[in-house]
Design a protein around this ligand. Sequence first.
Ligand code: MOS
Length: 735
Amino acid sequence: MSILGQPIDRIDGRQKVTGTARYAAEFFVPGVVHAVLVESTIGAGQIIGFELAGAQKMPGVLAIITPQNAIRLPMQKGSPQTVHAPLLQDMTVVYNGQHVAVVVADTLDRATAAAAKVRVQYQAGEPVTRMEAVLDQAYVPKHFRNGTRPPDSRRGDPDTAFFTGAVRLEATYVTPIENHNPMEPHATIARWDGPAGQERLTVWHTTQGISATQTSLAALFGIDPSRVRVICPFVGGGFGCKGATWPPAVLAAMAAKMVGRPVKLVITRAQMFTSNGYRPQTVQKLRFAAGSDGRLVSMRHDGFTQMSMPVLGEYSEPVGLPTEMLYDCDNVAVTHRLVATNASLPTYMRAPGEAPGDFALESAMDELAAALGIDPVEFRLRNYAESDPHEGKPFASKALRACYAMGAEAFGWSRRTPAPRSMRDGAYLVGLGMATSTYPTNRSPADARVRVTDRGATLVAVGSQDIGTGTYTVMAQTAASVLGVPVGWVRVQLGDSTLPKAPVSGGSQTVASVGPAVLAAAQSVRTKLFDMARADRWPGAPDAALRLQNGVVIGPDGRLPIAELMARRNLDSVEATEHAAAAPADSQYSKHAFGAQFAEVRVDPELGEVRVVRYVGAFDCGHVLNAKTGRSQLIGGIVYGIGMALMEATHVDEETGRVVNSNISEYLMPVNADVPAIAAIIVPSDDTRSNPLGAKGIGELPMVGVAAAVANAVWHATGVRVRRLPIRVEDLIAV
Ligand code: MOS
């Protein structure tokens, strides 16, 4: 049986549990000094001046960097991954918590103490803190999806068709600001080497994209990317907030340049709420109609995303994308608009667009199903899209029917009685809800190198990064499966920008992008070894007649150790580097993963407390390369979705624009006691039209639809339709 797909333990597990896996801030760099950020205490206005005498007198202080003495960066904009966030280049304050100074000292304690003594004089303005107050000033995004498509789409005539529907729904759904908060905060050690004009920058930096960081830092400091090295062997979680290169990394490099020493900058948990993006608030206006036959006749989805002031850049939460493609409907309109507030720049957060967008879409679908008196699963089947109605292409693969069927079966959906408040468990109200999940199957070009020694020891080298999902492990499995060696013979090297180039680990694309490159490089090595075996002993033997096993070529009539093949040629290893990218012909398909989410909740009718007591998710995520790490991601995504449904929200003070719950004690997230036993079903599926491994990506899919499934279950339990996340006790008390 192939090692691909097997539920093996992660190969870096031992390093992680013993603490030998080294994260960015843990590297020992001789002579390192420490930087601490100072943040604004106003939400909008101008800095008039700084009072630094007190801070400068503090022991160990090496530099205090402010907009008045900061290096002028030759370039602030350009690279798509570059954040145009405040980098101490001017005196304008556009959000509360904006970095306004950096204090560098010989120890972290001394830098922290001195930072507390920095005084900033402001001329404060009135911050805009509530998106809903300025919704009428919404504007059209300029770079929606990095300019790859327009922000709006339309097919048919949804506004006319709406009035032909037997059942019509007009509703507004609201999702809050959420912050990512991976266990490892943003951290960078920056060091400059070499004489002026030939400087080289090395950063030990936690990131989802070492190549993107390399490009961004090079652009910002005006040097060639070959002179920037990014090292990141382990990432303690990212979820999107480590996708771009945020100010702390840039400021660490700037500080290192200014003090002439390596500088370490680790941001605090509170600074995680103002320094590296967040999922913005959304307001989504939906107008759907269906005929009495249960067929959708009109869908209109107008999405508003809360943004920072435009000077910081642009980010749109693409909430309408699932609405375009998930159901077969002739009349569909989707729009995306931005609403500027005095907040930091938002960014991608796990299933950006799909997670909040699908909450609105799948809540509305539930509302329509109820109004029509049709079972929610049946309603979705009646509107099942056999091909992608937005792109007008066949799906590369789609096993969503099987997701509904297997999920419903495992969940026991058939025991649901349709009327709200019709199911009870003693004094508690019980509700069963479901929703559809979808996420695109992304892929980007990648390079990989594979080397096999004469003993069969195998090295896989690729400039990707393992963000905690299992990249080390599945790349070892991929190479092992081609080269016929145990996984234990494979060493995987990731997280160094000197390795062959790979894309950012975002958009759930790592396996689909990097996997094919590793596969191709391993196949090249195997071909080289087979060619040697053919030359030495089995001339003309087809590949099918040869196989590799534990460092031996097994041919039609015997065995040839690769050590002999290499010795005869004076080699101690055989190596290949390959480039892998989607073929142009692949674009004839629409590529998506799918899933069906089922939640059972128990609501205390007096206290309004909601508990998720049972959960089943069934997913068409293509071929899963490791059933253990894959299942772990599915469960993690569902937990993330339960947090979105019931707990997560970043609260902003309306007067000052300051985040008021900027720590994990007040930013609520599910703990073990909030999470029931979760059944994550991997539905048989293989998508070789998207990539040769047949994988569709697992990172984001499982959280899409969870919030809607829970909200739909809450409606079924209580009869209360909550259209604003998170669902709170206040929404349900004494129902
Ligand atoms: Mo993900 S939000 O694409 O890191």
